[in-house]
Design a protein around this ligand. Structure first.
Ligand code: PSU
Ligand code: MN
Length: 308
C-alpha cells in the first residue's frame, strides 16, 4: 500500500480527463450539519447548482478507508442516512483511512482531499472558527489553520454567531489567510447578509478571486483564501431574532458538558430545534448561493489557465 487510496466518482474522473473545472463539497454538513432527509435533498440540489454553471461537483468523504472525490448516487444516499458517522478533521483523516473506517470530512479535511485531487475551489456553508469562551476552553477549529496551509479557495457565508466572530477574524489575520467579502464591505454573518464587522478585503467578481488564487500560487504562498459570500437578502434572518437562540444553545452545550469536536454539531442541531426549521431554510439558500459562486470561480480559474 504505497499509493494514496483515492477514488474519483465517474463524473469527476470524466471532468478531470477532459480538463473541465471541478468544485469540492464537504460531507460533514450532510452528516452533522442538517437532519435527514433535508440533508440529502440539499446535497443533491447543491451538486445540481454547480452542474448548472457547467462545472462538476465533487462531494468528498471517506468510505471504507478510501478517500472519495465525488460520490455516486447510492453512496450519497447511504451517507445521508448513516448514524454515528465519524467527523473527520486534519487530525482524524489518516487514522480513519488506515483502519478502513468511514467518515464525513469537515472543511479542514475536505481541503486536504481537494488539494490532493487537484481541485482549487470548495463550497460550504460556514467554516469552523474560534468559539465563544475560547479564552477558557481553547476551542479553536482546525479549519482556520488549514486555510493557512492548504491551497484551496473556500467559499462560505461568513461565520456563524455560535462563534466569536471577532476572534475568528483575528486568528485568520495572524495565520495570513485572506478574508475576502464578496460584493460588499461588511463581513457577512451566515444567516444575515451583514455584520457590524468590516471584512479585511473585498472583491466583486469571480474572475478577480480566481486571479488572486493564482497570484498566491505564483508567489509560492501556501494556504487558501476564505471568500465570505453573503446570504441572498430575501433569505436572511435578522441577527436579533437569532441572538437569544444562539445564547440558549450555548448555555445548553455548557450545561451538558459538550466538549471537543462534539461542540459544533451539538450547537447546529440545537439551533435547528429551537428555530423549528427557520434556520434550515436560510442555511439551504446560502449553501446553494456559495456553490454557484464557487463554480464561477472554478470556471474563471480554468479560463485563466487556458489564457496563460
Ligand atoms: N459551521 C457551520 N456548519 C457546519 C460546520 C460548521 O455553520 O456544518 C461543520 C463544518 O464541517 C466545519 C466543522 O468544518 O463543522 C467545524 O467543526 P469544528 O468546530 O469541530 O472544527
Ligand atoms: Mn472545536
Amino acid at each position: 500500500m504505497n499509493a494514496l487510496p483515492l477514488i474519483h466518482s465517474a463524473e469527476v474522473a470524466a471532468a478531470k480527463a477532459s480538463g473541465r473545472p471541478v468544485v469540492a463539497l464537504e460531507s460533514t454538513i450532510i452528516t452533522h450539519g442538517m437532519p435527514y432527509p433535508q440533508n440529502l435533498e440539499v446535497a443533491r440540489q447543491v451538486e445540481d447548482d454547480i452542474r448548472g454553471v457547467g462545472v462538476t461537483p465533487a462531494t468528498i468523504a471517506v468510505i471504507d478507508g478510501k478517500l472519495h472525490i465525488g460520490l455516486e448516487v447510492d453512496q450519497l444516499e447511504t451517507l445521508a442516512q448513516a448514524k454515528g458517522v465519524a467527523k473527520l478533521s486534519r487530525a482524524d483523516l489518516a487514522v480513519c483511512m488506515a483502519t478502513g473506517g468511514t467518515g464525513a470530512t469537515t472543511v479542514a479535511a475536505t481541503m486536504i482531499g481537494a488539494e490532493r485531487a487537484g481541485i482549487d475551489v470548495f463550497a460550504t456553508g460556514g467554516i469552523g472558527g474560534v468559539h465563544r469562551g475560547a479564552e477558557n476552553s481553547f476551542d479553536i477549529s482546525a479549519d482556520l489553520m488549514e486555510l493557512a496551509q492548504t491551497r484551496v479557495t473556500v467559499v462560505a457565508a461568513g461565520a456563524k454567531a455560535i462563534l466569536d466572530v471577532d476572534k475568528t477574524l483575528e486568528v485568520l489575520e495572524t495565520q495570513g489567510v485572506p478574508v475576502i467579502a464578496y460584493g460588499q464591505d461588511s463581513f457577512p454573518a451566515f444567516w444575515s447578509t451583514t455584520s457590524p464587522l468590516k471584512a479585511p478585503l473585498r472583491m466583486d467578481s469571480a474572475e478577480e478571486i480566481a486571479r488572486a488564487h493564482r497570484m498566491r500560487a505564483l508567489l509560492g504562498l501556501p494556504g487558501g483564501q476564505l471568500i465570505a459570500n453573503p446570504i441572498p437578502v430575501e433569505s436572511e434572518i435578522p441577527a436579533h431574532d437569532l441572538a437569544p437562540i444562539i445564547a440558549k444553545a450555548q448555555t445548553d452545550a455548557d450545561a451538558h458538558g459538550i466538549r471537543g469536536k462534539a461542540v459544533t454539531p451539538y450547537l447546529l442541531q440545537r439551533i435547528f430545534e429551537l428555530t423549528e426549521g427557520r434556520s434550515l431554510a436560510a442555511n439551504i439558500a446560502l449553501v446553494r448561493n456559495n456553490a454557484r459562486l464557487a463554480a464561477q470561480i472554478a470556471q474563471a480559474l480554468s479560463d485563466l489557465a487556458r489564457e496563460a
